[in-house]
Structures are given as structure tokens and as C-alpha cells.
Design a binder for this molecule. Structure first.
Ligand SMILES: O=C(CO)COP(=O)(O)O
Length: 247
């Protein structure tokens, strides 16, 4: 056993309203998986709503935040504001932030730094696009993304890395357990070589990209796969099965 607690995140993306969130919360409030960390990330508008209704066994994350505590940044949310409403986790550098909203490695690094300094735990996301995988540069891409993250982290106990190959997100095309494990193993070695053995052994690396109730058990067998970041299936009752994938 690795000693790394299984971790399952649900990224609701820009989905849900009060009524559908109520259904999801009712379902999640039946969760009984004390050995697993469960975190859900609703739209920022509903963070307070979900935080107030969900069982304390499930933590709440933001899907993004800015790199400053306050100021003239129209439309942005700060880590200080998240803490103020009881949200202690944030996803940063998600593929949609990188590729739809053009967030750079530099900006993501700055956000990671500020969020950690503000006391949040972070889930930085990395992953290659299809053309990059086909060109054989997956490692190069994810290692470069990791470098910008690493340079901004002091306390790795507050970091869960999410490997999400862009070509597997929302496409129904999951990485095979072998493909996912291969990259996770390389990322763990990268952590050993570039940070420390301790950090490599203790940091959770979770997989995201079309995870569902049908494929989660096989994926969870990968020795370097410490859980999942789930999109579409986290909005459905099957999310509970994914939470129990390693049981
Ligand atoms: O982007 C994801 C989670 O952050 C994955 O999304 P899907 O599970 O919908 O492919």
C-alpha cells in the first residue's frame, strides 16, 4: 500500500442549478467512504449553496481562482473569498482554463502560489493534447507543465496533481488503464528527480478524462493512480460508484 489516501473529485464545470444540485447533494449525503477524500467543484455561484447543504464528509472546491486577494479584477474570485465562504480547495489550470481561456503555464503557476499562500489546497491539472500525444511529446508537455507548478509549491501536502489528457476529456475516449498508469508512473519519477523522494511517494496523482462507473475499477488498479477527477459522471448517481472504485 502506498499510504496515499484515495481521492475522488467531481468537477461540475458550468453545469447545474439549485434543483439539480439538490439531487446531487441528496445522493452525496449518503456517502460512507471514510477512507476516501471526496471533493466536489460546483460553479462559483453555487459554492456557498453547496457548502451549506453537503455532508462534512464531502469537501467543496472552486474550479478556478485569481492570483490576488482583492482588487480591480472584474469577474474574478480570490482565494480569500473562497476561504470566507468555507471553501478550502481549488482546481487550477484545468484543460478548459488552458485551452478555452488561454491560461498560460506562468499564470497557472502564479495562481498555484497565491492559492497555497492563502491557505487553500490545490488540484493543479496537467495533460497533453491529441496532436502532442501523436507527436510523441506527452512527457515533454506534462513535465513542462509540472515545472511551472513545482516552482510555486512549498508545501506538497496541500497539492493533488490531476493528470487529464485533453483528448480524453468529455470525449468518452478514456485513456486505457495502461496508458494512464504509464504517465502517472513517469510523473511520480519526475517528482522524485525534481522535488524529493518523500514528495514523490506521498503526493497523490489522480486521473481525469471520461471516467465512469464502468471503467473506474480497472483504472484504480494502477499503482500510481490515486483517484480521479470526474466531469460528466460526477453529475450522475454513478459518481457514488466511482468514489468506491478502490474498495
Ligand atoms: O475535465 C474533467 C474533469 O476535470 C473530465 O471530464 P469528463 O469526465 O467529462 O471527461
Amino acid at each position: 500500500m502506498s499510504g496515499r489516501r484515495f481521492f475522488v473529485g467531481g468537477n461540475f464545470k458550468m453545469n447545474g442549478n439549485k434543483s439539480s444540485l439538490d439531487d446531487i447533494i441528496t445522493n452525496l449525503n449518503t456517502v460512507n467512504s471514510p477512507e476516501t477524500d471526496v471533493v466536489v467543484a460546483p460553479s462559483p455561484l453555487y459554492l456557498d449553496y453547496v457548502t451549506n447543504k453537503i455532508t462534512s464528509q464531502v469537501k467543496v472546491a472552486a474550479q478556478n481562482c485569481y492570483k490576488a486577494a482583492k482588487g480591480a479584477y472584474t469577474g474574478e474570485v480570490s482565494p480569500a473569498m473562497l476561504s470566507d465562504v468555507g471553501v478550502n480547495w481549488v482546481i487550477l489550470g484545468h484543460s478548459e482554463r488552458r485551452h478555452v481561456f488561454n491560461e498560460s503555464n506562468e499564470l497557472i503557476g502564479q495562481k498555484v502560489k497565491h492559492a497555497l499562500e492563502s491557505g487553500l489546497s490545490v488540484i493543479p491539472c496537467i495533460g497533453e493534447k491529441l496532436d502532442e500525444r501523436e507527436a510523441g511529446v506527452t512527457e515533454q508537455v506534462v513535465f513542462e507543465q509540472m515545472t511551472f507548478i513545482k516552482d510555486n509549491v512549498e508545501d506538497w501536502s496541500k497539492v493533488v496533481i490531476a493528470y487529464e489528457p485533453v483528448w480524453a476529456i468529455g470525449t468518452g475516449k478514456t485513456a486505457t488503464p495502461g496508458q494512464a498508469q504509464e504517465v502517472h508512473e513517469k510523473l511520480r519519477k519526475w517528482l522524485a528527480d525534481n522535488v524529493s523522494d518523500d514528495v514523490s511517494k506521498s503526493t497523490r496523482i489522480i486521473y481525469g478524462g471520461s471516467v465512469n462507473a464502468g471503467n473506474c475499477k480497472e483504472l484504480a488498479k494502477g499503482k500510481d493512480i490515486d483517484g480521479f477527477l470526474v466531469g460528466g459522471a460526477s453529475l450522475k448517481p454513478e459518481f457514488l460508484d466511482i468514489i468506491k472504485a478502490n474498495a
